[in-house]
Design a protein around this ligand. Structure first.
Ligand SMILES: [Zn+2]
Ligand SMILES: [Zn+2]
Length: 250
């Protein structure tokens, strides 16, 4: 007798796979149930998510205990005194020890699949804001080809690809390139960082960015030296508004 019931249903299969290959949290290594995330609910609580109020330009959260009306579009002192070249910067969370561990596991331990988890967290918090900005193209802060070969994947590209796919925004790959191999920014001071990345990026085909509003994606906004250099290069090539999206910000 024929039956339309499959031999094993998807939910049964999933439960079966979860037992054989339990999902391990990338931070505390505990096994846990859950769908796409490999960060357990306990460790998710350790991430300092940015909640309003924040500067409407650079996204830095204000440390105030009283409510601020979001529609008033507050700017921080720095953006008021010297507005950054980018039009807006968005981040999901601030940087702390847990976030540092997540990012370094993602970047330095050959775990490109963590990018998928970060994309789902980014979208959970920022999909409406990104949609509101309606960028026409997504570009990531690229690695130098030598670094890409060492690492085997470009962590910022994985984020940009996931966001683009989900929000149906075209993703550019290979137009913004890093032409110079630079010293890791982490070992340098603020002004040294600016100097280190100066002239390190190039837009190969300016017609690909001309008059387009762009979402520039990276994993972390630290001093912003690398990101600012990319914004400068992309705007010089003729881009319209440039928005910056990072998972974390310092
Ligand atoms: Zn955990
Ligand atoms: Zn600001």
């Amino acid at each position: 007798m024929e039956s339309s019931e499959p031999f094993i249903r998807f939910d049964q299969l999933k439960r079966f796979l979860d037992i054989i290959f339990p999902r391990k949290c990338i931070l505390c290594k505990s096994s846990h149930d859950g769908d796409a995330e490999t960060i357990c609910p306990n460790c998710m609580d350790k991430i300092p998510f940015i909640k309003n109020p924040a500067c409407v330009r650079c996204g830095i959260p204000f440390e105030v205990t009283y409510p601020i009306e979001e529609s008033l579009n507050y700017l921080c002192g720095e953006c008021r005194n010297s507005p950054p070249l980018f039009d807006r910067a968005l981040s999901v969370c601030q940087y702390n020890e847990a976030v540092r561990d997540i990012i370094s596991t993602y970047k330095y331990h050959n775990k490109p699949y963590i990018g998928k988890d970060l994309v789902s967290i980014i979208l959970k918090f920022l999909d409406e804001k990104i949609t509101e900005l309606s960028p026409k193209l997504i570009i990531h802060v690229p690695l130098h080809v030598k670094k890409l070969k060492e690492r085997g994947y470009d962590q910022a590209y994985i984020l940009s690809e996931g966001i683009g796919k989900y929000l149906d925004i075209p993703v550019s790959y290979g137009n913004l390139v890093r032409t110079r191999y630079t010293t890791p920014q982490v070992s340098l001071s603020g002004s040294e960082r600016m100097e280190n990345v100066k002239g390190a990026f190039l837009v190969i085909d300016p017609s690909g960015v001309k008059d387009k509003s762009i979402l520039l994606v990276d994993d972390v906004f630290t001093t912003g030296a690398t990101i600012k250099e990319c914004v400068k290069v992309v705007k010089k090539a003729g881009a319209g508004k440039v928005y910056v999206l990072t998972f974390a910000r310092v």
